[in-house]
Design a protein around this ligand. Structure first.
Ligand code: SF4
Length: 392
């Protein structure tokens, strides 16, 4: 490790336990809305996994990592399950033997429905994976086709059943609303179907249109018709009602969980904690020092093979900027921002720092400020982005 890096990573007192993220940047095909670092391929390269394994060994030996016990491992993508169960299980085992993890560590693998089998999932479960996140998006072949997803409703149902058979008792399903051609009735059908499987966690995101995607280009040309704002709001309201009735508590703007099944890996991101991200395009934040990894999988693999660190740009945010960033991220959670945690981490509290701005937002009914915390109200949640923009 270059000296400059090893001296930056000194232990930080009072820091919460970090998470480890591995990025698999391959998918069977590209969805029309996707802006993630993912590349279409039918047969993912073994060399990429070898490079990732080499990075796992390298980082596990660095002082910052040796001094810490990790609470979560998340293998995301892309589509991690595009690799076979044995290959992924080997990667998981390598992490578990190279880094120190808490006894009850949350270990998640993301997958897409047409890339999982009972055998592969059983292998992952035996390797220690205890949470599966499936990208279902919709239980409708018409809508899946419109999104350019590579799987069908039948494959989604089969994947969830395979996950239960493989021994998973903690499953997240990703679903999307506000899709082209989707009505509130369609959305209700997707939610009902998802709930029929009794998932422990649901992530329900409204479709966002990103530039430089097929959907982005269609929107520019006026050729993509999305649901009216009122209809999208109705879908959002339906989500909260149906999921609450099913016992899934909303704990973040778009995330719902059975009690105790909140995604701990993502909670750490929203608390602006430390995390090590390995793989093409992955980002790390170690005690406030944030840096990226080169995005292109071939470049990542090539640099590692040459014995070089595949790092991209890095920055160390000033304390006040980190404080603001943490407030904005924690406000995404329904629990809101704990003043005690902010005081402990930054020596600052939101009332002292923002002053009148909080009074104004409170007068508008968008936030609630108590003795020890700050959170969005029911009225503030749907316009969260506007509230957060005032606090950045
Ligand atoms: S499956 Fe996910 S990561 Fe892959 S192309 Fe579709 S949206 Fe992107």
């Amino acid at each position: 490790m270059p000296e400059a890096i090893s001296t930056v990573f000194t232990p930080a007192s009072g820091e919460e336990v970090p998470g480890l993220y591995l990025h698999i940047p391959f998918c069977k095909s590209r969805c029309a809305y996707c802006s993630f670092n993912s590349h279409a391929c039918q047969s993912p390269p073994a060399a990429y996994l070898a490079a990732l394994a080499s990075q796992i060994r390298y980082w596990a030996d660095q002082q910052w990592c040796r001094e810490r016990v990790f609470a979560t491992l998340f293998i995301g993508g892309g589509t991690p399950t595009i690799y076979g169960g044995d290959e992924l299980a080997e990667l998981v085992r390598l992490c578990l033997t190279s880094f120190r993890f808490t006894e009850d560590a949350e270990i998640t693998v993301e997958g897409n429905p047409n890339t999982v089998t009972v055998e592969a999932l059983t292998t992952l479960r035996r390797a220690g994976v205890n949470r599966l996140s499936l990208g279902v998006q919709a239980f409708s072949d018409r809508l899946l086709g419109a999104l350019g997803r590579s799987h069908t409703k039948g494959e989604a149902c089969a994947a969830i059943k395979a996950a239960r058979k493989g021994g998973f008792t903690n499953i997240n399903l990703d679903l999307m609303y506000g899709l082209p051609g989707q009505s509130a009735t369609d959305w209700r059908e997707s939610l009902d179907q998802a709930l029929a499987f009794g998932p422990e966690h649901l992530a329900c995101y409204e479709l966002t249109i990103e530039e430089d995607t097929p959907f982005g280009r269609l929107v520019e040309k006026g050729a993509l018709i999305l649901p009216e704002e009122e209809e999208a709001m109705a879908m959002a309201a339906l989500t909260h009602d149906l999921l609450a009735q099913a016992g899934l508590q909303r704990y973040e703007i778009s995330n719902y969980a059975m009690p105790g099944k909140e995604c701990r890996h993502n909670l750490n991101y929203w608390r602006n904690g430390s995390y090590l991200g390995l793989g093409a395009g992955a980002v790390s934040c170690l005690s406030g020092f944030r840096f990226g990894t080169v995005r292109e999988p071939g470049e990542f693999t090539g640099l590692v093979q040459k014995g070089e660190l595949p790092l991209a740009e890095g920055e160390c945010l000033p304390l006040a900027a980190r404080f603001r960033e943490s407030v904005v991220m924690e406000l995404r959670m329904l629990d809101g921002v704990s003043f005690a945690r902010m005081q402990r981490r930054f020596g600052l509290t939101p009332p002292g720092y923002y002053g009148n701005i909080l009074d104004e937002l409170q007068a508008q009914g968008l936030i609630v400020v108590t003795q020890d915390s700050l959170r969005l109200t029911e009225a503030g949640l749907p316009v969260a982005n506007q509230v957060l923009a005032r606090l950045v």
